[in-house]
Write a protein that binds this ligand. Sequence first.
Ligand code: XIL
Length: 355
Amino acid sequence: MYDLTRRTFVGSALACVACSDGSTANPVERATVPLRSVAPFPIGCALNSADLNDPGLMTLFKRNFSQVTAGYEMKMGLIAMRNGSFNYQRGDIIADFASQNKMDLHGHTLVWYKSEPDAFKNLAGNPSAFADLYKRYIVETVTHYRHRARGWDVINEPVMHKGEGMRDSLWSRMLGPDDYMIEALAHAAEAAPEIPRFINEYSLEEPGKRRIFMDMIERLLKRGAKISGIGTQTHIKIDLAKGALTDTIKDLASFGLPVHVSELDISYGHRRVDTRSDADRQALQAERAAELVHAYVKLPAKQQYGMTIWGVRDKDSWLRHAPFPTTGDAPLPFDDDGHAKPMLRAMLDAFRGVA
Ligand code: XIL
């Protein structure tokens, strides 16, 4: 379905404006075409099970997105129980939502330094039992979602915050730096060889961190690691230099693997005093969003895994919660009331090639 030509998609998007879909009575939503209708690849969004109880959010979600990533409910911390069993209840709510709404599901995430459950920590003195649980976790989880997840972030955030080097974690200490990734990728491939396996990272717009990340990908590929794609989270700020996103997408695509823009949001940043008007900040945000779309649509179709936004309305953003400053960041395409922002319009225009 996603390898239709761009022309076909633009055509269907325009056709969709003309038809009355009757799905919503909100005139502001009607003023924009659905994001999912203009992109020749899946357009995803992060979802938490609590979001299902918010009708305003649900309307926007179903209208604009064609793929779902669990915000946190498919992470190890929620799934791996203390006694070594696995609980998929919360993740299944997200997976069921995706299938009920005929959306794709992107699995996020199998191995992450921020999710180190007690079941694993308790085995720190027993390396072989640790390795067995590691394998069992990955194989069972990938198998559980096998016919639903279209891809997995097998490894999340393996590079240090500012790209100082590789991140130290329970996984790297117990299984060896690089080896913990190679093994996880192999276990995931064993469970479901057909499902693409991603390594997902943030701040790849910073040339230094990007270099470390790309060196790592190269090293792993040379060792035969079963990497099938690269996830670039794209948690960026409105004052990111013009051109940085274009360079990032181009560089990451140089491996020839699919690239997933996996967690897009465009923060106002945390200036102590921000004297810019809201209109100026929104204009900058729209510029960066347009640049990203322009860069991404230039990739060969087989490298366009999709583009995922990390939330719907500004008030839904993780950046509105601790540890981030609580003062009005607005990083998403819809405002608190669910109205389309310049960021959304810029993306639509960029997809339709009119700007
Ligand atoms: C965040 C979620 O949005 C929050 O709800 C959760 O409390 C913490 O994690 N990089 C990632 C995502 O890979 O999993 C993070 O998501 C945001 C940063």
